[in-house]
Design a protein around this ligand. Sequence first.
Ligand code: DX5
Ligand code: ZN
Length: 217
Amino acid sequence: MSVILSVSMLSADFGQIERDTKLVNRSAADWFHLDIMDGVFVPNISYGFPVVEAMAKHAQKPLDAHLMIVDPDRYVERFQKMGVQYLSVHYEACTHLHRTLAHIRELGMKAGVALNPHTPVELLSDILEGVDFVLIMSVNPGFGGQKFIPAALNKVERLKEMILKKNPSCLIQVDGGIGTHNATSLIKAGADILVAGHALYKGGNVLGAIESLKSGI
Ligand code: DX5
Ligand code: ZN
């Protein structure tokens, strides 16, 4: 399987959401990555339902929502109704993670678990069979445009070994500080899905930046 590129819409212009969503439709990218922040689990508030609905209305590629919120169970159904296909919740935000993942799957979505940089992948050992993808945070969640934390590479390698033993169909997603400088080493370590925002939007030529990242992976 070729590596999936999921574009973080956090770096898009929300005043031009239709234009920026259609731009990703036309690009070489595979998915839309939607970063939902509540100002409690992370020290930032991003965007909520009206913006997700506006993007969903125009998006022609799968929506991958990353919930950086406490008690995400409250909103799982709402995201499914908006057309989200890949939904990740944070390990650190779920008291009953097994139940939350089962709920996501029952609603027909793929269930992901996101891990903060300090959370060891080994903590997933008893739950990996019920997980469709694991999101390794390679920055502290809350903001786009941060510097990649190199320890994420080793976490991907360790997770890949666990996945091969326990659930080979589980995918590994990596999120934060990703660009052409580190994409190849992440894939070599075992990453299946790369999220990128800042690296794609910073230069102004979004389509070109997507093309060059995608063609190198
Ligand atoms: C950070 C978010 C990321 C971020 C992408 O909390 O989860 O998705 O926007 O990172 P950059 O902008 O570094 O590519
Ligand atoms: Zn994210």
